[in-house]
Design a protein around this ligand. Structure first.
Ligand SMILES: [Fe+2]
Ligand SMILES: [Fe+2]
Length: 157
């Protein structure tokens, strides 16, 4: 059985949280490991965010009119803060600095908060307002798109 849309996104979350955990355990001595992990996180996150913004979120938003709008716009803003501000900043930060440690911590906290809201609020709501057929169909579509995005691997946040 292929994963449905929500299972697929949750599976991504597990991967992302693990990578963030690994990054948070590094110190200023990890001059090589930090940029490598950051590169992996940026790629995973970009593919994940793309799937959410292009495929899952619009379907979620449409499934319940105005009720879902608030969650939709808040989640999108959090994506923007991470992808347009924190990740690009981190890429420019010396991995041997304490500033890197601070920024990596903020990235982890923001994403943990974001993922928690998606899983505890948005996805719970989605199970209510979207049919299992739609969620399965979206899952198939998203899995194919993810494969393509990860293969391209050319995303620079
Ligand atoms: Fe998200
Ligand atoms: Fe997510």
């Amino acid at each position: 059985m292929p994963m449905d849309a929500i299972e697929l996104l949750k599976d991504d979350h597990v991967k992302l949280l693990d990578l963030l955990d690994q990054l948070s355990k590094t110190t200023e001595r990890a001059k090589k490991t930090r940029p490598e992990l950051l590169e992996k996180i940026a790629l995973e996150l970009h593919a994940h965010t793309f799937l959410e913004e292009e495929i899952f979120y619009p379907a979620f938003k449409d499934s319940n009119g105005k009720e879902n709008d608030k969650m939709y716009f808040e989640a999108k803003e959090e994506h923007r803060a991470v992808e347009d501000l924190i990740i690009p900043d981190l890429k420019k930060t010396d991995p041997a600095s304490l500033q890197f440690s601070g920024r990596a911590k903020v990235l982890k906290e923001l994403l943990e908060h974001h993922i928690e809201e998606e899983e505890e609020e948005m996805f719970v709501q989605a199970r209510d307002t979207m049919s299992s057929e739609v969620l399965s169909e979206l899952g198939v579509q998203m899995a194919a798109k993810k494969k393509e995005l990860m293969k391209q691997g050319q995303y620079k946040a």
